[in-house]
Design a protein around this ligand. Sequence first.
Ligand SMILES: Nc1ncnc2c1ncn2[C@@H]1O[C@H](COP(=O)(O)OP(=O)(O)OP(=O)(O)O)[C@@H](O)[C@H]1O
Length: 244
Amino acid sequence: MAPHTEQLTRPAVSLRGLTRSFEGRTVLDGIDLDLPAGQFTALLGHSGSGKSTLLRAIAGLDHKVAGSGELSAPQRVSVVFQDSRLLPWRRVLDNVLLGTNGKDAADRGRAALAEVGLKGRERAWPSELSGGEAQRAALARSLVREPELLLADEPFGALDALTRIRMHGLLRRLWQHHRPSVLLVTHDVDEAIVLADRVLVLDNGRIGLDLTIDRPHPRSHRDPLLGEYRERLLAALGVTEDLA
Ligand SMILES: Nc1ncnc2c1ncn2[C@@H]1O[C@H](COP(=O)(O)OP(=O)(O)OP(=O)(O)O)[C@@H](O)[C@H]1O
């Protein structure tokens, strides 16, 4: 393979045999996974299945996972959590600029805030933002560094359903504009299938299902063709009963 081609096809994240146990209980059991550069991947699984543990390992936040297998991830990684983690004593723009430098940092910060729909809120305090606005600011903060990999751990989990749908559109546009590789941890099957090109289901410490969502973006929550993917994912998650 020519070096140029190899560069293009090298995965952004590569895991081989990744294992993690807590007090003798195995949570990740020899995970093998490649995330291609620029791909949007969602990770589903029951509560306690190890989704956050896997994301923390990829983020380099879990030192105990080191040596359990092979793990390679890019240098520039941003992480977004369920709560915005904005520092309450810093204004919104100063939060976005945290850890950035360079002469044009402030301009990039303002541009990032405009991109997430927070133009004019640069000098607001985090306490003055709604939950959705705070998550927008968190996304601006993560993107101002132009990450190669964006890790998102239930970033919309605390938002109401309508705000969440609007945030899906925002995250999709940000991804298409900046093109980081994305790994989105979510409980929400619909969120996974409208956003991701590939959905993984974590089950018993392993990737139980690896499903490609072959539909063009932008997708609609109402697209009937997504129904088949939803069924397969719900079956993989063991959700087979109607509520009736
Ligand atoms: N620091 C820790 N110490 C002990 N046990 C832990 C620790 N972190 C995670 N665990 C355990 O590992 C398992 C997986 O946790 P993890 O948070 O990765 O699950 P999850 O799939 O993200 O769950 P949820 O969807 O509820 O957020 C859980 O049983 C949890 O109790």
